[in-house]
Design a protein around this ligand. Sequence first.
Ligand code: ATP
Length: 506
Amino acid sequence: MASNEELFRKIIAHAKEYGFVFPSSEIYDGLSAVYDYGPFGVELKNNIKEYWWKSMVQYHENIVGLDAAIFMHPAVWKASGHVDAFNDPMIDNKDSKKRYRADVLVEDFILKLEDKIEKEAEKAAKRFGDTFDGKMFRETNPRVLENLQKIQEIKQRFYPALERNDLADVKLLIEELGIVCPISGSRNWTEVRQFNLMFSTQMGSVNEDANTIFLRPETAQGIFVNFLNVQKSARMKIPFGIAQIGKAFRNEIVARQFLFRMREFEQMEMQYFVRPGEEMKWYSYWKDERMKWHLSLGIPAEKYRFHDHDKLAHYANAAADIEFEFPIGFKEIEGIHSRTNFDLGAHQEYSGKKMQYFDQELDERYVPYVVETSIGLDRTFLAVLSNAYREEKLDDGSERVVLGIPARLAPIKVAILPLIKKDGLPEKARELMDTLKYDYRCFYEEKDTIGRRYRRMDALGTPYCLTVDHQTLKDDTVTIRDRDTMKQERIRITDVSIVLREKVAK
Ligand code: ATP
């Protein structure tokens, strides 16, 4: 298999060639970190959205949906802390002229030290075989201890420095650790500066008192400000959740990783409102639930891990990421945050409107606590796509590229292919298409040899192909070909929809 970087490039090229993802405004050389979803990408994206929506809203009686506007009153972003604190510390390398997030440089350095410890332990495990005691090794090996101590020291200095907004110390730390620019290899760094990630625009004409408003950097705030509208209109009782899928915008400093870090992207968020004091119970409940959801996508468990946060955002009392092993390494795909009553409390203060809930069982009024699950739709798309991408050598010596997307997420569920373009086969195939197209996203194709059409469907991740041949005209049977095994079976046309229903639901 290709190296990770090469694999990533291949996935990006495949996504473009097969109509999944195009760079935005490509004829003008693109717009950095903005992408368009093509005909098959939009289907996959919609299927992921639907799967998330169903598992959150349809399967939980106490979770309801919302679709709030992207534009919100500017005071929302003051109350939420985004105007003052939605910053990333950035630093430029004077030689390469490349810009980096200072926190990412330091965190990558820590990751390298952690990697060294892992490698050390793996080496020792090989040396000692069955007698190896990993725990003891980590507690006593001098090199491991030295690295652990170093990590500890960095964290103890770095996170408080960020907290104090002591950017000079962050710069000093980068220098002291000897962190170099990956492009130029030099340590010729500028000062560290804070950079607010919100995009802004003007609402109203300039003559009227135009107001600066922001493009929302997260969908969550639309949920918080509507908390009482939803609770009252849908008669919700705590604990209950509000789910939303929508666009978010961030002027990311470093945005060079395809769908992983975009400036315009989509989030699928659910805010779960709970009694004060019960948030930790729900926090661990949702951590488990969300991990189960990821695994239900048919992606192997070893591709996922939790990362509990050392540094908590201003609104959180506990936070963890679910990380996925992208071709660019293990990175965040979803955040689960215990946001306390920070957001509702802040909106209550700024708006002067009560954001309280009356708990009949307790006979008490309070501002609820919130546990949030926030997953990036585009990152999930990238996870599904990169997990699905396979290059296979076949028995006859040829090669194929196949996207092993689970049937229920696949952009096209079934392709309908007349073996040849004559003898009444296209007409028969069209008839079949007409019976299936209201239930399944189907694809009809009669151009090219059947082998080529199968390959093309493999590359699009189509799980099943139905081929109409001369025998079909005689006995009303078709072959159904399985993308993964490439095996074909002959079934009766009258059974097609039952067979498909069973297969596609898998
Ligand atoms: P990161 O640390 O990678 O910048 P974050 O911690 O800022 O992410 P959150 O604010 O927790 O991210 O947002 C929730 C989810 O939204 C993330 O887990 C991710 O899947 C998605 N997301 C955030 N920023 C982007 C982006 N620029 N492009 C694509 N998806 C994003």
